[in-house]
Design a protein around this ligand. Sequence first.
Ligand SMILES: Cc1cc2nc3c(=O)[nH]c(=O)nc-3n(C[C@H](O)[C@H](O)[C@H](O)COP(=O)(O)OP(=O)(O)OC[C@H]3O[C@@H](n4cnc5c(N)ncnc54)[C@H](O)[C@@H]3O)c2cc1C
Length: 303
Amino acid sequence: MCRLPATTAVSETTDVEFLQTDSWQEALELKAAYPDAVPIAGGTDVMVELNFDRIRPRAVLDLTRVPELSRWWPENGRLRVGAGVTYARLITELAEPLPGLAIASRTVGSPQIRNRGTVGGNLGTSSPAGDALPPLFTADAEVELASRAGTRRIPVAEFVTGPKRNCLADDELIAAFHVARADGPQQFAKIGTRNAMVIAVCSLALSIWPGQQRVAACIGSAGPTPIRSGEAERFIAGVLGEHDLWSKRPPIPEAALAGFGELVERAARPIDDVRGTARYRRHALGVLARRTLRWAWEAYRCA
Ligand SMILES: Cc1cc2nc3c(=O)[nH]c(=O)nc-3n(C[C@H](O)[C@H](O)[C@H](O)COP(=O)(O)OP(=O)(O)OC[C@H]3O[C@@H](n4cnc5c(N)ncnc54)[C@H](O)[C@@H]3O)c2cc1C
C-alpha cells in the first residue's frame, strides 16, 4: 500500500515528501517517479544528515516496511542477504556463515545503532570508514541493484567508486548483497580512539579461504575506498603454497607475518585527519595485518 504524498513541513519554505510503501515493486516505482528521493532504511546516517541540515531532499523514501529487504536465504551456493537486514540480526543469525561480517557488525556504534543500522545503508553511504565494507570486499561480495527495468549485480569493489560515492543510478535501489559462506576463519580488527561508538581510524578485514588456498585482506578507513591488498595476498599465498602449509598447518613463520604486514602497510592510501595521521594509520595497519593473520591461521590450525 502506497501512501502518497504524506507531506511533512520542515520549514516555512521547504517541505519534504515522505513516501512509504510495503511493496518492493511500489518502492521501485516510487524511485523511478522521484529519482531524487533519498531512501531511508535504519536512518542512522540519513537522520544525521537531515538533522545537521547537510541534506534537504525533496522526498524521503521509507524502505523499512518492505519485507523482501529484511530477508536472507541461500541462493546458488551463496547467501543472498536483503539490504535491510540489521547488524543485530547479522550477529545473531549469520555469525556462522559470515564470521568476518559478524565481527565487524559487533564493532558498529551501540546496541541502538546495531538494532536500526543495515548493511544496505552502509553500502548506500559508501564511506571509506564503513565497517561492513572490508569484510564484503574480502568475500568478493556482489551488490544487487534493482530498478523498474530489472536487476543487475556488481562486485562490491566496483560498486564503491570513491569516498561516499557509488554507482547506484537515480532510479535504483539496493536490493541485497550476495556473498560466499566462509570455508575458513575470518577476522576483522578496528582501531578507534575509544572502545565503542567510534568511527574507525583504520580497520582490516582478513579471510582465509582454504578451499581456494588463498588469503584475502581489505583495508578500511585508510584510502578513498576500502582497499584490497593484492600484493600482500599474493605474497602470503606463495608462502603457504610453497611448503604446503595448508596441509601441514604449522604456525606461520614470523618472517612471513612481517612481510605480509609490510605489504598491507604499503597498500594503504591514508590521509592525515582529525582521527589520526597517515603515518599512524600505516603503522597500525601493519600491526592489524600481522595480528589478524595470526589469529585466523591459529584458528585454521586448530580446526
Ligand atoms: C552514533 C552512530 C554510530 C555509528 N557507528 C558506526 C560504526 O561504528 N561503523 C559504521 O560503519 N557506521 C557507523 N555509523 C553509521 C551508520 O550507522 C551505518 O553507516 C549504517 O550501516 C547505516 O545504515 P542505515 O540502515 O541506518 O542507513 P540509512 O541512514 O537509512 O541510509 C544510509 C544511506 O544509504 C542509502 N540507502 C539505505 N538503504 C538503501 C537501499 N536499500 N537502496 C539504496 N540506498 C539505500 C540512504 O539513502 C543513505 O544514503 C554510526 C552512526 C551513528 C549515528
